[in-house]
Design a protein around this ligand. Sequence first.
Ligand code: AMP
Length: 483
Amino acid sequence: MSSFSNLQLAPALARAVAEMGYESMTPIQAQAIPVVLTGQDVMGAAQTGTGKTAAFSLPLLQRLLKHENPSTSPARHPVRALVLLPTRELADQVAQQVKLYAKYTQLRSAVVFGGMDMKPQTLELKRGVEVLVATPGRLLDHIEAKNVVLNQVEYVVLDEADRMLDIGFLPDLQRILSFLPKQRTTLLFSATFSPEIKRLAGSYLQNPITIEVARPNETASTVSQHFYSVNDDDKRRALKQLVKENGITQAFVFVNSKLGCARLARSLERDGLKTTALHGDKSQDERLKALDAFKRGEVDLLVCTDVAARGLDIKDVPAVFNFDVPFNAEDYVHRIGRTGRAGASGLAISFVSGSDQRLVADIEKLIKKKVELEAVEYEEDRPRGRINTGRRAWGEDDPRDVLDAPTEHRPAEREREGRSASRYAPRHSAPKDPFFDKPYEPGEASEEKPSWEVSARPTARAISSNIKPKRKVAALFKTQEPA
Ligand code: AMP
């Protein structure tokens, strides 16, 4: 890996980087920093956890150094760089990193996001900041209130752009971009280059340099993935069983709806498990407290919606449960990316019910792996010597196969959440998965129409022929599949 010293960063930035303890550049940094330093537009395929914040912040700060000044006049500190993110937690996290990188410069940075009082943000904006990190909704509020002027922006970063579109921020982004000077550098980062993202890039980027890096393989290749056939009514029981069986001390538990999230957290709490919920209906303060409690190890299970899946930097969560199979296969990859980070081994357990066939088929396609269903062997059933087969096999009719209506899954939902961490070593071994060593390759699905042009959900299709019910609990993916 290349060293930061090759970049000839300004001493103030080099000092901050050295203090962070970074020894060498990550692949996205090695590729993106030199390009951003030249002022070219960039379209980067990189997920959180790859070091992409430094990949865009350091060169931006370097280029902004020509504007640094000690003046107290707000007019001398106009917004020069705007970083847009989909969720409050991500915005907060990126802003904290920017502050650390800029700490030995005179460049000012601030963050604005919803769920917080506008007043302190307004005061900060009015004092003047060179780097503004924001979520789209709140930024528009400040623009409308004339708390901030964006006519001197030279750089704009659309971070986690795919998620911003998923959440329905496209109109807000379009409005915000209309306030910016045409002459600027635009950097777009996205986990994938879907048709929507390409279209966005086509409209707002000029001759961008495309940079793609591998998914962080130390994350996914160390995650042992298991899929259990569990009917909806048994999921709570299965969760408790598997937590116990695997000696899991801390885990994320992902659910698809805010309502489901709150309900599950309450019921696990009643069962005596130290649980907290993280979802979009919680106040910002409650969400930060929940994350903190989890980080400090005061909470064992963090029940969360997908908003929590993206990006928040909490290391070493030993296990992730997909209490519900995510509606979007890419969310599966993001969710399980919360465990097995930094080379630690992790365990990802998904509960698959009868209505999840299409979703599992999508996951198989994305991860290029066959999914085999296992059955949970419940402790209370053991004395009778019976192995619970997971209730039923794929394809059997079940009147309960009604897909729960997602309350926050798709658009309209704004400013979402973040993620968390912990201790323990799972008992499952971590198979090496060559797929995760490769850059993301979109499948044919990526040629589908952009979501804003497709109103209906895709129709259910037949379950993959790869999915076969299994009777015994056994480790999955023991053998290597060609990617
Ligand atoms: P990001 O993908 O930007 O959210 O970064 C994920 C984590 O990687 C953060 O905790 C960063 O502080 C850390 N990080 C970023 N760049 C490096 C580097 N070159 N070496 C080590 N850690 C890094």
